[in-house]
Design a protein around this ligand. Structure first.
Ligand code: GRF
Length: 192
């Protein structure tokens, strides 16, 4: 299955997805890494791993969100992408793009959804006194961080945790969870 990974920044999940895709039975290949930010750190990392990259800067499209997304969609279709994996892609999608990829677009979110949709998830979990945190891979629907859950991983919150220390623990879990869930999802698609 040909997958595109969409990023805005560092792309550590993207890197984990590419690395895991190289295992014989991964179930997917990363055909494209796309960013809305020209010069996003992750683009160079992907290129160094031999993966095709493209920047489609939203800034070029001013306030016309759909025009930007039509350009994103065209870039995906041009390389025969079948499944889209959002990985730190910091844009809220319009209903048009969500519908265009309905059932074939995944996202990873750094909380145990339905807890803490949106930003600052780790600070909120610590402030609430939660005993554990984690991450969720879900299908993308029009409601932000609301789609059907495909998989979750849990980590403990320990005494003295800061948002940084918790974020690091959750990221490690993300890097294991996302390739696993994406691989299973793509194998399921391939089986029909
Ligand atoms: C991750 O925590 C992911 O859950 C969230 O954005 C972050 C992206 O990090 N959606 P990275 O760019 O993959 O390192």
């Amino acid at each position: 299955t040909r997958v595109a990974v969409l990023i805005s920044g560092t792309g550590s999940n993207m890197a984990a997805l590419i690395d895991a895709s190289q295992a014989a039975d991964s179930g997917y290949e990363v055909a494209l890494v796309l960013s809305n930010i020209e010069g996003a750190g992750g683009l160079a990392i992907a290129a160094a791993k031999g993966v095709q990259t493209v920047a489609v800067p939203h800034k070029l499209f001013g306030k016309d969100r759909e025009a930007h997304e039509r350009a994103v969609d065209a870039a995906l279709r041009a390389v025969g992408v079948e499944v889209v994996a959002l990985a730190g892609y910091m844009r809220i999608l319009t209903p048009w793009l969500v519908r265009a990829w309905e059932g074939r677009m995944l996202n990873i979110h750094p909380s145990l959804l339905p807890l803490y949709p949106g930003l600052d998830t780790h600070a909120r979990a610590i402030a609430a006194g939660d005993a554990e945190a984690g991450c969720t891979v879900h299908l993308v629907t029009e409601g932000v961080d609301e789609g059907p859950i495909l998989g979750q991983a849990r980590v403990p919150i320990v005494d003295g945790d800061t948002t940084a220390s918790l974020a690091e623990r959750v990221k490690t879990a993300e890097h294991r969870l996302y390739p696993q869930v994406l691989g299973d999802f793509c194998k399921g698609l391939a089986r029909g």
